[in-house]
Design a protein around this ligand. Structure first.
Ligand code: SAH
Ligand code: SF4
Length: 434
């Protein structure tokens, strides 16, 4: 039996993909090379913007013939869009075997087991059909993540913020922090299985805190140091920190811990204070830039990347020009820029979505043109220099500060390797292994 996981959305969602696969792998499924070879497909959906949700729903529709060709096939729809639209998905796509929303991920293994048991009982197949299939997880076949060399570790779920545009708190719920020892145990296990880079994940990852077994409260910087100190771990990254929780203790951790502070993704969303207030981001453009200055003073070589929304309700040309100004000062190494998408039930959905579609489009392309230049400059600045790359998949990897690099042979998956950068193509450094 073969399994294929399709993930939409953020890195948290991609990390969830691994968890969504686990109960099926434990039941004997193996990774399918391609979706058409699969006996089971898990769609891990996203709802952060309408476009992401539409893509997932359209795929569920397109899977109908695949599903109906063979009654033994299994289709599971999970994640954030499943949380928001669960009942509707069940009605609209009755051939889906199981719909599990993001808030139910802890219950997911039991729900899958029940759904499979019911399905295979109905097909008059006994558990004996699974008897000869090994049930151990195959570490060589990571599912839902691009490589076992870079391993995600989810440290918290949910979000206690209420940015006015964002649906995440409603589909993922309030913050729940995983215990200190559990996070360290997972990171150690992944390092022992070959991971060299650990990616700590949470919606406001730096708000993590938890009491250890000894009763002492741990905060995020301490966790970061402890993960960086694990044998075999060369790099630790974290996503996404919220500027509000980026305190001096964290700045001192990223400046002092080798492998932990070469790149930080720091979403800003807008450069206009009026928009930031209406977004309820809890910082101003000046306080954001002063944080950036403090980070750069502590770690001058750091590369920063960011997320920006254009066309938030009532965004004027003046608001937008402030976003461009902020981008000029931040000079992000890369930028995820999005057109505002109203999400039902959020605070901003009650505001008029009054920036016309063509204006949103035009602002997005101006912002992208500017930020593409910063990205290109960062890449070109490396040409003629050697960079340290973690080989993720044989001739492809990233620098310490997150730039993508391709160099062909020799492939040394899982190893740090030195590459002389010789050119740039498609936002990637090209080079020769030294
Ligand atoms: N927790 C992360 C972001 C999660 S959502 C943080 O706070 O940084 C990922 C990105 O999607 C956000 O940073 C934002 O730029 C974008 N986004 C979220 N809601 C959106 C919406 N309604 N329309 C457009 N972009 C949105
Ligand atoms: Fe959404 Fe804001 Fe929470 Fe990020 S911090 S997940 S943008 S509500």
């Amino acid at each position: 039996m073969k399994l294929h996981v399709v993930t939409f959305g953020c890195q948290m969602s991609a990390a969830d993909g691994g968890e969504l696969a686990a109960p099926l792998l434990a039941r004997g499924f193996r990774a399918a090379q391609a979706p058409e070879d699969a006996d089971a497909i898990v769609l891990n959906t996203c709802t952060v913007r309408q476009h992401a949700e539409d893509k997932a729903l359209s795929l569920i529709g397109r899977l109908r013939p695949w599903k109906e060709q063979d009654s033994g096939r299994v289709l599971i729809v999970a994640g954030c869009a499943a949380e928001r639209l669960g009942g509707w998905i069940r009605e609209r796509f009755p051939y889906v075997d199981l719909v599990v929303g993001a808030k139910s991920i802890d219950d997911y293994p039991r729900l899958v087991e029940e759904a499979l048991a019911a399905k295979f009982d109905a097909l008059a197949e006994s558990a004996a059909a699974f008897e000869n299939i090994p049930s151990a997880l195959d570490p060589a076949a990571p599912i839902g993540w691009s490589s076992a060399v870079v391993a995600p570790v989810t440290i918290m779920r949910g979000c206690n913020y209420s940015c006015s545009y964002c649906i995440v708190p409603s589909v993922r719920g309030r913050e729940v922090y995983r215990p200190y020892e559990t996070v360290l145990a997972e990171a150690r296990a992944k390092a022992a299985a070959g991971a060299r880079e650990i990616l700590l994940l949470g919606q406001t990852v730096n708000s993590w805190h938890a009491r250890g077994e000894d009763g002492r409260e741990r905060r995020f910087p301490e966790l970061l140091r402890a993960v960086a100190a694990i044998d075999g771990v060369a790099r630790v990254r974290f996503e996404s920190p919220h500027p509000y929780f980026f305190d001096d203790a964290l700045i001192s951790a990223i400046s002092g811990v080798a492998g932990a502070g070469d790149h930080v993704h720091l979403p800003v969303q807008s450069g206009s204070d009026r928009a930031l207030t209406r977004m309820r981001r809890n910082y101003s453009s000046a306080s954001f830039l002063s944080l950036v200055e403090r980070i750069r003073a502590a770690r001058p070589s750091i590369e920063l990347s960011t997320d920006i929304i254009v066309g938030f309700p009532s965004e004027s040309e003046d608001d937008f020009s402030r976003t461009l100004e902020l981008a000029e000062r931040l000079r992000p190494t890369w930028t995820y820029a999005f057109k505002y998408s109203p999400r039902e039930g959020t605070e901003s959905a009650a505001m008029s979505d009054d920036v016309p579609a063509d204006v949103k489009e035009e602002r997005l392309s101006r912002l992208n043109a500017l930020c593409d230049r910063f990205a290109e400059d960062a890449l070109k600045a490396r040409i003629g220099r050697t960079v340290e790359v973690l080989d993720e998949s044989g001739g492809y990897g990233r620098t310490r500060d997150g730039l993508r690099v391709k160099w062909g042979s020799p492939a040394r998956p899982g190893q740090l390797t030195t590459v002389l950068a010789t050119g740039v193509a498609k936002r990637t450094l090209l080079g020769e292994s030294q």
